[in-house]
Design a protein around this ligand. Structure first.
Ligand SMILES: [Zn+2]
Length: 85
């Protein structure tokens, strides 16, 4: 197993892994940060936020459905009560 001496940076939109390329690797991603001591080896766009939004939306929908069912139950109970009196 090779051990990589890398540093991981996280911005709001990207995860950037810097280090020293194994070979003179021209495909590494030193664009915005430039070639200095550290080289940008990999750059990942964070898509997790979008997934998170979807999960939150799904959770919200589920919550609303649960609340809706509860409300329906309350309404039904209210009607029963109203009918009894
Ligand atoms: Zn570089």
């Amino acid at each position: 197993m090779e051990q990589l001496n890398v540093t991981v940076y996280k911005t709001e939109t990207q995860i950037i892994i810097t280090g020293i390329p194994q070979e003179d690797d021209e495909s590494h991603n030193c664009d915005a940060m430039g070639c200095r001591q550290e080289h940008v080896l990999y750059r990942f766009k964070i898509v997790e936020d979008e997934n998170k939004k979807q999960v939150e939306r799904a959770a919200d929908t589920a919550r609303r459905r649960t609340q809706g069912a509860k409300d329906g139950w309350d309404i039904r109970r209210g009607k029963q009560k109203g009918g009894a009196s």
